[in-house]
Design a protein around this ligand. Structure first.
Ligand SMILES: [Zn+2]
Length: 166
């Protein structure tokens, strides 16, 4: 698959076709939100997106933002991450670049996996009779900080509650 970067114009065209196919209006707000999504690097929340739109002097209500974000998810332009944090986390779709994340089960911290081997493996999977729009993987576990804290806590507990001798 080619590594050519996807331009905003391509995404706007994709969104236009999606709105047309679903008989939805092509409003200025919807396209301003798509632009803000495109310009945001990494993961973000609805609040982050609202801030970003305020910065570019295009304030949009939370309701409109949330509804448009869901439309962008349906249009394959935005990903809603299944992270178990309390806020919904989004990220734009990168059609030509696989994305892989490590998620801590304890603190819910998310880090991008940059290992080329892992990403190449995801990219090399070419299913038959299935058109791939984008590739995302999640690896769940415990981050080093949480692991350290857990070990420290365990040590402290073991010191105060020594195991009975047999
Ligand atoms: Zn953690």
């Amino acid at each position: 698959m080619s590594e050519k970067p996807v331009t905003l114009a391509t995404l706007e065209q994709q969104f236009r076709e999606f709105l047309l196919a679903n008989e939805l209006r092509q409003t200025r707000e919807r396209f301003a939100i798509l632009r803000a999504v495109y310009e945001t690097k990494g993961t973000f929340t609805i609040e982050d997106l609202q801030e970003r739109l305020k910065e570019v002097k295009f304030p949009v209500s939370t309701g409109t933002l949330y509804n448009t974000a869901l439309l962008l998810v349906k249009a394959n332009l935005l990903v809603r991450h299944p992270f178990s944090s309390s806020t919904t986390v989004f990220e734009r779709v990168y059609p030509n670049q696989p994305r892989a994340y490590q998620v801590c089960n304890n603190c819910h911290r998310i880090t991008i996996i940059k290992g080329q081997d892992f990403n190449n493996a995801i990219q090399s999977y070419k299913p038959r009779q299935f058109t791939v729009s984008h590739r995302i993987s999640y690896v769940y576990g415990i981050c080093p900080k949480c692991l350290r804290e857990m070990r420290k806590k365990l040590k402290k507990l073991q010191a105060t509650h020594p195991t009975p001798e047999t």
